[in-house]
Design a protein around this ligand. Sequence first.
Ligand code: ADP
Ligand code: MG
Length: 384
Amino acid sequence: MHDPEALRSLHLKRFGADPAVFAAPGRVNLIGEHTDYAEGFVMPAAIDFATLAGISPRTDGKVVLFSENYGDELVYHAAALPSERTGHWSDYPLGVLAIFAGEGHKIPAFSLSLWGDVPLGSGLSSSAAVEVATAVAVESLLGIQYPGPVLARLCQRSENEFVGSSCGIMDQFISANGAKDHALLLDCRDLSFKLAPIPGDVALVIANTMVSHAITGGEYTSRRAQVEEAAAAIARHRPEVRFLRDATPEDLVKWGHEMSPEALKRARHVITENIRTVAAADALIHNDMKALGKLMAEAHQSYSKDFEASCAEADTMVGLAQDLPGLIGARLTGGGFGGCTVNLVQADQAQTFAASLGKRYEAATGIKPQIHICHASGGAHKIK
Ligand code: ADP
Ligand code: MG
């Protein structure tokens, strides 16, 4: 578990100054996959894994970045910060500084310590957690406080423009704006959002398949192109359809034959996933766990069969969860082709569920999975 007091004392020891400490969580997406760039809906929850940032001002004009996870420290002049990425972990905090500078803020001299327990590179968005933790820490030195949605957009820009990764807004948005014991239904068109309560007796069990089949990113690009092809085909008849967010299942019945078979299937996933995501928020709001589980099952089928973004291991992990006691719903979460499944599970059964799922998956695939039992947690905040 992340421990603010431990971060405080290591910062004090390293830099001789008592830091202000901030936390920003990782996240899991409950439903709404590949809907963000179609200006649709996603419904993530912040989890109780977080990145902590300790910050204290300096008087020597320097910016010093330290990551306890990497055991690595970098020193810059505040007036001459790098303007380009190097592929190092420091790109993530430096990107935030570059975006803040671009917004007209003079970056002051400071020491920043980062330490997180969000598993790195596992699809739980340690990158957004680092960006948002850095951003709220630097805000405190600047004496400013952007509204959460604005801060999220700045952090997304730092990842898009500085780090060079073409992520959507979801990860930074939920890290900045998440609420304890709630999922967040986000409209990626205008960033309006609605909180949906997750009952206290429900745990989020995140099961890492330990495989990643789309490391080159080529699949992401081709899916995106197919989604755009489908939207363009519908727009020839209904010009008001700018994105698949605006399209309906009837549009596919009428105009599906004018698309490639792949584009039709991808569009069917995105259009129905948007409907499911809004329905899933309603199910949570009405405490209808049965309906939620059914929507998650349908979402997984659609992601696997129509979007073809699952893989054998993820289908296995979802399949093996189905008859375990306590399961409400299971599906592959994240960009696809591997990564983690998310399982909503009765909290008092979560330990046994996780142990049984781990054993079953290892027996079926020979791979030992990492399984985390999480709860929906609050967004970025100051610890003290
Ligand atoms: P994910 O967001 O799914 O965890 P990414 O590849 O997007 O995976 O981001 C992981 C990267 O974020 C790491 O390789 C590292 O560069 C950076 N990062 C995450 N956590 C930390 C940390 N505590 N300290 C320094 N860098 C971190
Ligand atoms: Mg990331």
